[in-house]
Design a protein around this ligand. Sequence first.
Ligand code: ZN
Length: 216
Amino acid sequence: MKQRIVLLGPPASGKGTQAELLVSSFGIPHVSTGALLRVECANGTSVGKEADRWTSQGLLVPDELAIRLITIWIAEHGTKFLFDGFPRTVAQAESLDTALAALRAPLDLVIVLELGEEEICRRIASRLSCLHCGATFSCMLNSLKVGDMCLRCGEKLLRRTDDQPAAVEKRLESYRELTFPVIGYYERTAPELIHRVDASMESDAVFSEICELIRS
Ligand SMILES: [Zn+2]
């Protein structure tokens, strides 16, 4: 079974949803740099304040900050992981390879969720999030609005600052310019590890494809 996994994909391609399903089925620890950073922001730490200056504008946090967070995580939790939202740049991918090589624990699977930009924008425009439990809901599917209760934990739902329209365009730009090349990086350095999955399918169908990749 694969247990050192990177999950790549544009905003709203369902990375968080798939990661949750994978955690409950396989017990692989899920690490999202976005979620790690949101916890830091909510706690008002200096890392959080530093990160918020970037993410609230839809910009990626600097490589050095993302790498610092992940390195700390690996030191504390070990080398079984599902990374979601990391690496976001080729420099981060290179740093991750170096760190894992030193631990003799190289990546064993890179999953790319593919989704067109029209569908990305449609999904984000209707997305509400719970910062307490991390759940996201479509306001169209669930007839919800900002301030309603999270269907899972009862906390208030809101629109993430990085889901505001101005930030979304910047996130897509960042994805095209910085993260898309990460896919090329893995195609060059580890073509046997990389697998693409059509993220426009229902999340259950996406999940069963990913399960096969993890078990194979
Ligand atoms: Zn919740």
